[in-house]
Design a protein around this ligand. Structure first.
Ligand SMILES: [Zn+2]
Length: 329
């Protein structure tokens, strides 16, 4: 198939944009701040400008572009191109992303959930190559997941399948924006782990991080907890372990339900690596069905921040020739 493909990975803090050639080789990439607080129209106009500038920089005409794929956080309808709700964006409700973008561009444009787009990237070009049953979990500000079963991306009736972040772990736990409480993502995410850490500090626990932040709890980050872990800080080790165990229990439930051969852990917080994954693997081994856990590897994502862009572009390409929202059946 001829033509360039454009992949956009829209995140709460950064818009990652890339143009690929017909062989899916990257030609140009850039990263810009999202400026989410300025509202949805500002963000969409900004993406339009970025794409126009990239095409101009490469002297590529619009008619040479086969398609554009976009990954967008939150709940959306991939068929109509309507984004219902996005947790990272204020006032982002019922935004018709595809129609808005079509006002500027003549080539076909497709949207999907950001985690699924990341999973397309890892599945087609990264850690998930040659696998037919994959669960991907992205640990960032929140916890997202995407699921491939028997070689097909799972969408469900309202394209909201895979919301493992809202799996209930405690009957009455921390309140969640979904309306429930005790959801996995409220504990296993950058924000969740930091919250667990600060709760312990408020109960009198000690940590080297108190000196690093001048006792200002609002400055604590997930990365600091990793760094404190490496210095042997007892509280950091305890909180990292508990977070990993809780993720392990959530994954055990998912593994029993889905029987994946591969669990890919991505997102910024996956930089914690084995500090987190050791507890995850131990918990999965002891709490999921043996036949399932023995067949399942838990690995870090391979493409890092590139997965969303390449996955979005590949998703757009496949959508060109498929009728439904799941182009990989
Ligand atoms: Zn929830």
């Amino acid at each position: 198939m001829n033509g360039y493909r454009i992949g956009i990975d829209l995140g709460g803090t950064a818009i990652k944009s890339a143009i690929f050639d017909a062989n899916m080789q990257p030609v140009l990439e850039r990263c810009d701040p999202t400026e989410a607080a300025m509202g949805p129209q500002h963000v969409l106009h900004k993406i339009t400008r970025i794409v126009q500038q990239m095409l101009a920089e490469l002297s590529i005409s619009e008619s040479s572009v086969a398609c554009m794929g976009m990954g967008i956080p939150g709940l959306l309808d991939p068929e109509s191109g309507l984004s219902f709700f996005s947790p990272n964006f204020p006032e982002w409700e019922n935004i018709h992303v595809v129609n808005e973008m079509k006002q500027a561009f003549a080539f076909p444009i497709f949207i999907d959930n950001d985690v699924r787009v990341n999973l397309y990237g890892e599945w087609l070009f990264g850690a998930g190559l040659d696998s037919k049953n994959i669960l991907m979990v992205t640990l960032g500000t929140g916890l997202g997941s995407g699921i491939v079963v028997d070689g097909a991306m799972l969408y469900g009736k309202t394209a909201s399948a895979g919301e493992i972040g809202h799996m209930n772990m405690y009957r009455e736990g921390r309140p969640c924006r979904c309306g429930s409480s005790g959801c996995l993502g409220r504990y296993v995410s950058a924000i969740g782990m930091v919250r667990t850490f600060t709760e312990r500090l408020e109960h009198g626990a000690e940590s080297v991080i108190l000196a690093w932040t001048g006792n200002d709890h609002s400055r604590i980050t997930a990365q600091m907890i990793s760094e404190a872990y490496d210095t042997g800080d007892a509280l950091a080790i305890e909180v990292m372990h508990e977070t990993g165990v809780l993720l392990g229990f959530g994954l055990s439930n998912a593994i029993n339900l889905l029987n994946p051969e591969l669990v890919i852990i991505g997102g910024g917080m996956s930089a914690a690596g084995d500090r987190l994954l050791t507890s995850v693997r131990e918990t999965v081994k002891s709490h999921s069905l043996q036949v399932s856990s023995q067949a399942c590897r838990i690995v870090p994502a391979a493409l890092g921040g590139e997965a969303g862009m390449v996955g979005a572009a590949a998703y757009g390409s496949r959508r060109l020739h498929s009728s439904g929202p799941s182009p990989f059946r």
